[in-house]
Design a protein around this ligand. Sequence first.
Ligand code: NAD
Length: 493
Amino acid sequence: MLKHHVAGAEFGEGAATGAIFNPATGEETGRVAFATAVEVGQAIALAQEAQKKWAATGLVKRADVFFRMRQLLVERQDDLAAIVTREHGKVLSDAKGEISRGIENVEFAAGLVHLLKGEHSTGVAGGVDVHTIKAPVGVVACITPFNFPVMVPLWMSASAIACGNAVILKPSEKDPSAANFIAALWEEAGLPAGVFNVMHGDKVAVDSLLNAPGIGAVSFVGSTPIARYIYETSAKNGKRVQALGGAKNHMIVMPDADLDAAADAAVGAAYGAAGERCMAISVLVAVGEATADAIIAKIGERATALRIGDGTDPATDMGPLITREHRDRVAGYVTGAADEGASVVLDGTTRAFEGDGYFLGASLVDNVKPGMKVYDDEIFGPVLSVVRAQSYDEAVAIINGNAFANGTAIFTRDGATARAFQQDIEVGMVGINVPIPVPIGAYSFGGWKNSLFGDSHIYGPESIHFYTRSKVITTRWPDASESQIELGFPSNH
Ligand code: NAD
């Protein structure tokens, strides 16, 4: 059974457990312990102890851990990718892709000596200097989704640890093993035991973290209803919180776009990782009827040819979905789309597969409109909807009217249209001829509206602000002979 990892060792009893499945075969491959509230409390106490020593560790020594961690992630990426594919289902090359994005976060955090510099003003008043210190927040709770079991824990933990905090990671119970592997790597890299901990579990574990006074900050990534709950509960408890939620990402295709390139991009962005990416394109907004007809034909051709199967097979383009229930839920959107008035151009639910894996074919649905469930809900599967718009303005209005605002893209050859789009669109991450505009590690990642609750984006520069508390120190070294009692309002003049 997969246990919690706390203070450098297996931890807890595992009275309650959950099943882990291989989505490509439908087999139960193991069980994972679910933490109790008492166990979470014990883990926080151990993390607090470790955090104090870690925060007192010299910055250069801290940075060394990150350089070693980067190297270990590179060396062990095949082992880690195999774990991800076994429990998540995504193809091995995609699993390696998420590891490499996680490595970017470790590389960014390795610059911590520079990132944690404060500010200094000399002589703000007679003999008075002011400087700032970036102090850690203490123990950070990191609660992560199933779809990136390596990358999202590294989005959070690299910066949190760099800033002198300890971390308790509560990974998804659906693919929990990568978290323990990462914990072992951190310790092999020289991170003291107790600075990076893993507590597995469900709502009990999460609520225990949100309600514990010993947790200084909460980073969450997951679905919108849970993100909203995490945000509200953490805020009520006086914690700083960033809660990234779900998405419905639109890609506009203008009539002047290179339609073959746009179709290639749309197929990769819609069906990669079986659509289980928060930055997946789930809606294509085609401007003009001719554009819509042409691109639907091109996407349909490409999507039909996708090879679907076990992610460990190098010939596979698209693996299974995460659970049987999720696969059936996604299929329900496709079968229900015609009743809502949409046209199912490619019906992935009719594609047959051998075995008990949670496979689903790629679907393409035309004539989708806001107000239909297939449009309004986050489906999180291999379903691409096409909305037909008659103009650029109409396309932008559709996107700006959506409740989610994580990522978006425009495909065009016209610089003026692309430039206007950057200004007009109310979305956190924008691609110009880039279908999945995930910022590199040196920038921060985050959506707007229902895609993010809180005011800090994740990783990159905003994470240093989120994981530290600022202290301002005002200093004077007075001449004792000039000392006098002063009851007036403190002035700098
Ligand atoms: P989820 O919201 O079901 O679960 C996320 C985490 O919350 C897990 O650790 C889970 O155990 C925990 N959780 C679930 N229900 C809970 C409850 N009632 N109370 C407390 N904790 C609870 O999300 P998921 O299905 O694992 O992941 C997919 C979702 O994550 C999609 O909506 C996707 O868009 C989103 N996502 C968003 C981003 C982003 O950056 N915005 C990135 C990746 C995934």
